[in-house]
Ligand binder design. Structure first.
Ligand code: MLC
Ligand code: AMP
Length: 508
């Protein structure tokens, strides 16, 4: 049997394929028939360009229907999809291209020249453009190609996507996700979240990360549902669209921004069945305010790029604020100490996971892969957690030095490496501090050349932004005479976090 994920989706297409698949808020709609036709054209173009099953295609384009078809067309052709955040600079993209060695990159027209340059260095053969209206050299070529009707035969372990996640060393790692990983996770979530006839997904997440690309889209596809596609999150537009939807997924920032709108009330949510939150911790206060305002209880789940979803609060029983629920039915979780010894219920340690959703390893990094798996196949998440006697997981922190800002991960090391190169900066420490909108915000504490007093804050931020995506750049820069260190000489980030924790007043 063909284990291509696209074949699974196709088996769940609605009987009447004229049903709307994508209802684009800023453009035309596309039926399931259109989905079949558009993905066949994408797959046809890939073959015409000599791109075969197992080859990689990198994509950095604005969210739009054609972006969805590009992803699904790659699946159909057995080509490995490599999504890239549109905020990444060309310097960041160059790393991904060199590391993953894609045969083609599709980018935004305004980035075409810059991406062409880095693509040359990375040895990428084809660089094509796609804009949000569906125009550009990619579409032109696609429309001329002979459609490929077949669905490429795939095994469960064959790769469907490579999703880059930053690392504590500052070097990003490509998490290899197989057709089997994605199918197993999607089938489980579709079942436990009670997807039903008539469900409509309001999709406001970006589609270059696991949450919006896999979790949200895959559940809707398995249900043969209509997806209301928003180009990006906009709280006012969400309130306008909600009456037409039944399911919504978001990061906590989406929910705090919605709650800031007076129009977001019970009436706006009256047709909704389910609100899901994840990618970052949901404050208990937000959970309760949401309940009071809308009468709905947010379902919080926990996941990561390497495994998709791992735990989820229950659909039918009580959802408990501050917890992420038990492991999914086919996933095992345990809490261990540094040595990997399993800790008793109630104790805090590192969360380890095992299941069909867990990735195939990091692209071309066998040592890093080996270091993050135990001998018995458990993956070490790097999140600190505790389990209760019913198996309910509470995430209490992170063992990894990671900031999550508005649902995007920022590894301090990556930012520190850039800051340390700025002339006049001696050394830097990057931390995350509480922020009312983003949950956590990136802040830099630096020492600089005392004789000149340069660079100033604006110069630091400006220099950082030439190399780093905007969400990674520090929201504030503090200049100090020296960084606090422990007796081993290591920077005490906990001291810095304490010193700066109130700089953005948090109002929940
Ligand atoms: C944008 N900016 C951010 C930011 N997003 N700064 C910090 N953190 C963020 N998350 C900055 C930009 O650099 C820019 O800065 C300014 O804000 C305006 O940019 P924008 O794009 O217009 O911002 P906005 O639309 O407000 O975006 C905020 C957001 C977005 C919350 C809507 O960040 C978002 O969609 N987040 C979702 C992330 C997500 O999908 N995560 C899932 C990962 S998967 P300037 O200085 O230029 O003005 C995962 C696994 C799991 O984690 O469990 O799900
Ligand atoms: P990413 O690497 O972008 O996939 O981010 C995964 C990380 O997000 C996890 O390792 C957690 O630290 C965090 N995360 C995801 N969901 C939650 C949640 N519900 N609560 C707390 N942290 C979460």
């Amino acid at each position: 049997m063909n284990k291509n994920l696209y074949a699974l989706f196709e088996s769940r297409f609605p009987a009447d394929r004229s049903k709307l698949f994508l209802d684009c808020v800023d453009g035309p709609g596309f039926s399931y028939d259109d989905l079949d036709r558009e993905t066949a054209k994408v797959a046809g173009l890939l073959r015409q360009l000599g791109i075969q099953a197992g080859d990689r295609v990198a994509v950095q384009v604005d969210k739009c229907a054609d972006n969805v078809f590009l992803y699904l067309g790659c699946l159909r052709a057995g080509v490995v999809y490599l999504p890239l955040n549109t905020a990444y600079t060309s310097a960041e993209v160059e790393y991904f291209l060199k590391d993953a060695g894609p045969r083609m990159v599709v980018c935004r027209p305004e980035m075409l020249e810059a991406i062409r340059q880095v693509a040359i260095h990375a040895g990428v053969e084809h660089v094509l453009a796609l804009d949000p209206e569906g125009n550009g050299s990619f579409q032109n070529a696609r429309d001329l190609a002979d459609p490929l009707q077949e669905i490429e035969p795939r095994q469960e372990g064959d790769l469907a996507g490579i999703c880059y996640t930053s690392g504590t060393t500052g070097r990003s790692k490509g998490a290899m996700l197989s057709h089997g990983n994605l199918a197993a996770n999607a089938l489980t979530l579709h079942k436990i979240w009670g997807w039903q006839d008539g469900d409509v997904l309001l999709h406001a997440l970006p589609i270059f990360h696991v949450h919006g690309l896999f979790i949200a889209l895959h559940c809707a596809l398995l249900n043969g549902s209509t997806v209301i596609l928003m180009n990006k999150f906009d709280a006012y537009e969400v309130v306008r669209q909600l009456p037409r939807a039944t399911v919504f997924m978001g990061v906590p920032t989406f929910y705090t921004r919605l709650l800031a709108l007076g129009e977001f009330d019970k009436l706006a949510c009256q047709n909704m069945r389910l609100f899901i939150s994840g990618s970052a911790p949901l404050l208990e206060e937000t959970f309760h305010r949401f309940q009071e305002r809308t009468g709905h209880t947010i379902l919080e789940r926990y996941g990561m790029t390497e495994a998709g979803m791992i735990t989820s609060n229950p659909y039918k029983e009580d959802r408990i604020a501050g917890t992420v629920g038990p492991a999914l039915p086919d996933v095992e979780v345990r809490v261990t100490d540094e040595d990997g010894s399993v800790l008793p219920v109630g104790e805090t340690g590192i969360l380890e996971i095992r299941g069909p959703n867990v990735f195939q390893g990091y692209w071309q990094m066998p040592d890093k892969t080996a270091a993050e798996f135990r001998a018995d196949g458990y993956f070490i998440t790097g999140d600190m957690a505790r389990l209760d006697e019913k198996g309910v997981v509470t995430i209490v922190g992170r063992a990894k030095d990671l900031v999550i800002s508005g649902g995007y991960n920022v590894y301090p090391k990556e930012v520190e490496l850039v800051l340390d190169e700025i002339p006049g900066i001696d050394e830097s420490a990057v931390i995350g501090v509480p922020h009312p909108d983003f949950g956590e915000a990136v802040v830099a504490v630096v020492t600089r050349d005392a004789s000149t007093g340069q660079p100033d804050e604006a110069a630091v931020v400006q220099a950082a932004r030439t190399k780093l995506a905007g969400f990674k750049s520090p929201k504030e820069v503090f200049f100090v005479d020296s960084l606090p260190r422990n007796s081993m000489g290591k920077v005490q980030k906990n001291v810095l976090r304490d010193n700066y924790q109130d700089i953005f007043s948090v109002v929940g």
